[in-house]
Write a protein that binds this ligand. Structure first.
Ligand code: NDP
Length: 392
């Protein structure tokens, strides 16, 4: 018996809302709020049971506080943009409500993402006796839980992790991003970074790459990138010597990205245009397809997982755990493409963990800090089955 407030009516917000609506025994009352009320109403109209909708600008904590006080939810699920994380956490602290998100805070004017800003809220959440769960999407999210599961059941010590994210889907556009274009392009154009032997090592953007043969997809070129879950996994996996993150891209995508970068369209600093200031990347976002709109014609699969090496009973072990998700099957079930689906389902499960008391505690937590077992069981039940292979 729980009330949730979901903030953000985008591609991911649509899936979380629908998935919560499918579990009425936990999510008894659902409100979906966003800057644009019509987007919430459109999502609500397609659901099997009624939910409430509301308009909120979550950049303004006073508006979120007002809405929370009116609704008194048990949990706020933040699936707006990373820019809103701190403002929503402030509103949760002020009103005494638990918090959850799928992406770590990014300052709007700096292409940097790190947990440091949200970890700094730990004391305040502890003092308030509230739970803040960070990063309950797929990556971060399921990939962290995969590591926690491997450590709990299959390894005495984990030494190396390669997180590998492959989207082999085809949406028919020459260039489009699978989630919010601004956040996505900021992430991909950043310098690569991985952790080895106790320190972070940097690489030029997308300069390190190799081929991997993804199950149910085939060989794809994947590129080393920085990704936020590495920051928390380095902290929470004892004995870790190296962790890297890889994502696949096609040549067509990379060529478009290079041209856009070369002509300055991915800049995040304002430029003066016809007497007013515009941010080129925000303008580009306005031109690109809305990620949610890709769903209808998206074909193919995603495969996201972790290749893990370490020791079990004194012997070296190599282990691979992954999920395969089909764009067309996601669309048939929830009207969304697989990237929104693979983020929205774990967001619903993370919320369910908190609301059913399976995961509890006061403070700010990354998802791998909790018991992976009930979450892994729910992935099987709610649409993201996983496969594990023992390679050595
Ligand atoms: P979209 O751009 O499709 O949706 C974001 C939504 O947030 C929009 O509907 C927008 O509302 C709303 N929003 C933006 N600013 C505000 C604000 N100030 N107040 C209220 N609502 C606001 O993005 P996605 O759905 O693709 O992504 C959502 C989140 O999920 C992002 O943080 C993204 O980084 C994260 N993500 C995480 C992944 C993971 O695996 N962990 C993978 C993919 C995404 P409106 O349109 O009404 O202005």
């Amino acid at each position: 018996m729980a009330k949730v407030l979901i903030i953000g009516a985008g591609g991911v917000g649509g899936v979380v809302t629908r998935k919560c609506a499918q579990v009425p025994e936990v999510f008894t009352e659902i409100t979906l709020a966003s800057r644009t009320l019509e987007k919430c109403e459109k999502i609500a109209a397609g659901l099997p049971r009624p939910i409430r909708t509301a308009k909120v600008d979550a950049d303004d904590p006073a508006q979120t506080v007002r809405l929370i006080n009116e609704l008194r939810p048990d949990l706020v699920i933040n699936v707006a943009l990373p820019y809103q994380d701190l403002a929503i956490m402030d509103a949760c602290l002020e009103t005494g409500v638990n918090y959850m998100d799928t992406a770590n805070y990014e300052p709007p004017d700096e292409a940097a993402f790190s947990y440091k800003w949200q970890w700094a809220y730990d004391d305040r959440f502890k003092r308030a006796g509230l739970t803040a769960l960070l990063g309950s999407g797929f990556d971060p999210g399921v990939t962290n839980v995969f590591c926690a599961h491997a450590l709990k059941h299959h390894f005495d010590e984990i030494n190396m992790v390669d997180i590998m994210d492959c989207n082999a889907g085809d949406h028919g556009h020459a260039f489009a991003t699978n989630f919010n274009p601004e956040i996505n392009i900021r992430e991909i154009t950043a310098r690569g970074k991985y952790w080895e032997k106790g320190e972070w090592k940097e690489t030029d953007p997308l300069s390190v790459h190799k081929t991997f043969d993804f199950p149910q997809i085939g060989p794809r070129e994947m590129y080393l990138m920085y990704h936020e879950e590495m920051e928390s996994l380095v902290k929470h996996i004892p004995g870790l010597r190296r962790i890297r993150f890889w994502m696949t891209f096609g040549q067509e995508y990379l060529t478009h990205l290079r041209v856009l970068q070369n002509v300055g369209m991915t800049r995040i600093d304002p430029v003066s245009f016809q007497g007013r200031e515009i941010v080129p990347l925000q303008f580009l976002k306005a031109l690109l397809p809305d990620p949610a709109s890709l769903a209808r014609n998206y074909k193919g699969k995603t495969n996201i997982g972790c290749m893990i090496e370490g020791l079990k009973d004194g012997k070296k072990r190599r282990y691979y755990i992954y999920n395969v998700c089909d764009h067309e099957a996601s669309y048939r079930e929830v009207g969304a493409q697989a990237i929104s689906y693979t983020t929205g389902v774990p967001a619903m499960i993370g919320a369910k963990m908190i609301l059913t008391g399976k995961w509890s505690g006061a403070g700010v937590f990354n998802i791998e800090q909790f018991d992976p077992d009930p979450f892994m069981a729910d992935l099987m039940q709610y649409g993201l089955p996983w496969t594990e292979e023992f390679l050595e």
